[in-house]
Design a protein around this ligand. Sequence first.
Ligand code: HEM
Length: 136
Amino acid sequence: MAEVTRVTDWVEETLRFDASSQMLLRVARVPLELHGCTIPEGDRVLLLVGSANRDETVFPDPDRYDLDRDTSRLVSFGNGRHFCMGAPLARMEARIGLAELVKGVASYDVDPDGIERVHSINVRGLAALPTSVVLR
Ligand code: HEM
C-alpha cells in the first residue's frame, strides 16, 4: 500500500505545520543580543515554536503543507538540553496509529460542525473530531 510509505513524512510535516506545543518560556541568564535586539539578563522570553516552524528562511513556502519538504530542522519538541524526552515515543505512536488508519480505512468524512478545539494557551489540538469512516 503506497500511502503507508508516506506515514513518516506525514507525521513530520504535521509536527512542523501544526505544532501541538506552540510556545516555550525561558529566562535570560545573561544579556543576549539577537537579531539586533538586546534581551537583558533576567527577562522572560517566550519562544514561539509554532512560528519558528513557519520561518521562511528555514522552510521555503512555509504555509504550504508539503510531504516532500526537509523537516529536519523543525522545533516542535523544543531544542537543546530540554529537548522532549518523549519525542521518539510520540513519533512512534503517531506512525503506528496513522499506518493502521491507512491500512484499515478506505475513506473518511469529517463533520466540520462537530470540531472542537482544545482550550489551552499552549497546547494546540482537537478535543473532538467527529469522523465517519469506510473500512477497506
Ligand atoms: C506530540 C507529542 C509531544 C510534543 C509536541 C512534546 C513537546 C515537548 C516540548 C516542546 C518540550 C520542551 C519543553 C521546554 O523546552 O521547555 C518537551 C519536553 C518534555 N517532554 Fe514532550 N512532547 C510530546 C510528547 C511527550 C511524551 C509522549 C513524553 C513522555 C512519555 C514527553 C515527555 C517530556 C519530558 C519529560 C520533557 C522535559 C524534558 C526536559 O526538560 O529535559 N513528551 N516536550
